[in-house]
Design a protein around this ligand. Structure first.
Ligand code: C5P
Length: 311
């Protein structure tokens, strides 16, 4: 690739949010992480990221959209760090640069891997912009260096995650599940939730993904899945944010099949029997929680995707 690309060359990608259908957490490890056994599902809430050719060595990010004011557009932004990692690892003597525009649809610090989705999007978009010959597995490997949740949005669908949650095996499930999400105005810090988990449970079991959950995914039936959803971080998140217990209870009161904390929270996901039930529940919850706090999504959806390449 030459160092003199037209400045208006750009690549646009779309990256999904995730929820965890089950999240089992083991003891704290010496590296500051926890062993996890989790099942991710990508859901239809997305960030869109546009990478435009920029002067050599320049990587800058600008975030727009409803959550933009909660994101720092600085060097520590995960999308910036992802582009720099790619440049340093596969760079052409500092000949490349990128302007990244992130249109954020995924809540910030919501337990839905929003920051990780932007890192994933930056890897995919910059690899395409700079014309790098990297496989999806190469990108996921780089992603794991940036954060435990970065590889999954690249893969999408439904997948088991082990180790820190970054070693993925796709799950061959059936059907499409309809979820209603209750979002929070205020985020929760993932390290703080894990730290509270350690305080509450000093001797957790080795984490595992229950066979019953995988079997339920195989049926494609929401009623089968409902009884298998589980998140070990629920008590810790509710301890830090007592209002979450009420939100979890709200969904089942208004007809959801099950309520589930997403990742380290505070987003709560309600599983419904189908699209019309999800519409009804979303309508009711909007009355209780406000229009902006409720989203209807489906899953699984595909992982990070190239939408447009403009040359
Ligand atoms: O990898 P990432 O930067 O997204 O992780 C954020 C924090 O979440 C980690 O620093 C750690 O405190 C916690 N975490 C953990 N175990 C994991 C994943 C995340 O303790 N498997």
């Amino acid at each position: 690739m030459s160092a003199t690309q037209p400045v208006d060359e750009s690549v646009r990608v779309r990256v999904p949010a995730k929820i965890n259908l089950s999240l089992a957490v083991g003891p704290a490890r010496p590296d500051g992480y926890h062993d996890l056994a989790t099942v991710f599902q990508a859901v239809s809430l997305h960030d869109e990221l546009t990478a435009t050719w920029a002067p050599p060595g320049e990587v800058v990010v600008r975030t727009v959209g409803p959550y933009a004011d909660r994101v720092a557009d600085d060097e520590d932004n995960l999308a910036c760090r992802a582009a720099r990692l790619l440049m340093n690892r596969h760079g052409d003597g500092g000949a490349w640069g990128a302007h990244l525009l992130v249109d954020k649809g995924i809540p910030v610090a919501g337990g839905m891997a929003g920051g990780s989705a932007d890192a994933a999007g930056a890897l995919l978009a910059c690899a395409a912009l700079w014309d790098l010959d990297l496989s999806p597995a190469d990108l996921r490997e780089l992603g794991a260096e940036l954060g435990a949740d970065v590889p999954f949005p690249l893969l999408g669908g439904t997948a088991v995650g082990t180790n820190r949650g970054d070693e993925l095996v796709p799950v061959l499930g059936r059907g499409c599940f309809h979820w209603v999400l209750a979002l929070s105005d205020e985020g929760l810090s993932t390290p703080e939730v894990f730290a509270r988990f350690d305080e509450l449970d000093t001797d957790p079991d080795a984490p595992r993904v229950p066979d019953e959950l995988l079997a339920a995914l195989g049926t494609g039936e929401a009623t089968e899945l409902a009884g298998r959803l589980h998140n070990d971080l629920t008590a810790a998140a509710c301890d830090l944010r007592p209002d979450l217990a009420r939100t979890l209870e709200l969904g089942t009161r208004y007809g959801a099949l099950a309520s589930l904390l997403s990742g380290s929270g505070p987003t709560v996901a309600f599983l419904t029997a189908g699209e019309s039930q999800a519409m009804d529940l979303a309508h009711t919850l909007r009355g209780e929680l406000g229009t902006d706090a409720v989203r209807r999504v489906r899953g699984p959806v595909s992982g990070a995707k190239l939408l447009q390449v403009l040359r």
